[in-house]
Design a binder for this molecule. Structure first.
Ligand code: 5GP
Ligand code: MG
Ligand code: MG
Length: 183
């Protein structure tokens, strides 16, 4: 597939590679300050968070071990049901760790709210959330998210880790997927 064909699948670019890089530097500086002297553990949620984790971790001027969780929502609906199944659990025990969950996007908030509840019982010293993107108009539950990159409109977006049918994760920017792709 040619690059021009991929461009035809997208409408607006909402966040550029450059804007992401600047924002990650800003948030990394804040996190380094907030977690100075603490044992930080970054927890990424596969697969959407791979790009943001890779760039964010490299922007952090401190030790930042990573662990990964893979979850999926049950149900026939394309929308998040809030009923979550663990596909891959963490390798690391959370006891005593200052956990920062790294997410690509908060849409309904249901997945993250389930994850936070699940983590509460594992004895972490603290649990906070960093999400690169958030759709305030799509929220079904309030999720306490300490660090947010960009609030975006309630459109289906792809790129920078976010997929549609496993495609578009490798785009450098975050863009709105054109309706002709899924209609
Ligand atoms: P939530 O439980 O907050 O509704 O969303 C859970 C997951 O749905 C996100 O982590 C993400 O993987 C996926 N998701 C939500 N909104 C979008 C979107 O606009 N584009 C893509 N590609 N995935 C999304
Ligand atoms: Mg995600
Ligand atoms: Mg997906």
């Amino acid at each position: 597939m040619r690059a021009a064909d991929i461009q035809n699948d997208l409408t607006d670019v909402l966040v550029t590679e450059e804007q992401i890089r600047e924002k990650l530097d800003e948030i990394a500086a804040q996190v380094a300050e907030d977690y100075a002297g603490k044992e930080l553990l970054l927890v990424g949620v596969l697969k959407g968070a791979i790009m943001v984790m890779a760039d964010f971790a490299r922007a952090l001027p401190m030790h930042a071990p990573m662990d990964w969780m893979a979850v999926s929502s049950y149900g026939a609906s394309t929308k998040s049901s809030g009923v979550v199944q663990i596909r891959k659990d963490l390798d690391t025990p959370l006891a005593g760790k200052h956990v920062l969950i790294v997410e690509d996007i908060i849409d309904s908030g249901l997945t993250l709210s389930w994850l936070l509840e699940n983590f509460e019982s594992r004895g972490a010293a603290s649990i906070e959330v960093f999400s690169l993107l958030r759709k305030p108009d799509a929220a079904k539950v309030e999720v306490p998210c300490k660090y947010v990159g960009f609030d975006i409109p309630n459109d289906f977006v792809v790129g920078y880790g976010l997929d549609y049918a496993e495609r578009y994760r490798n785009l450098r920017d975050v863009a709105v997927l054109a309706p002709h792709v899924y209609n």
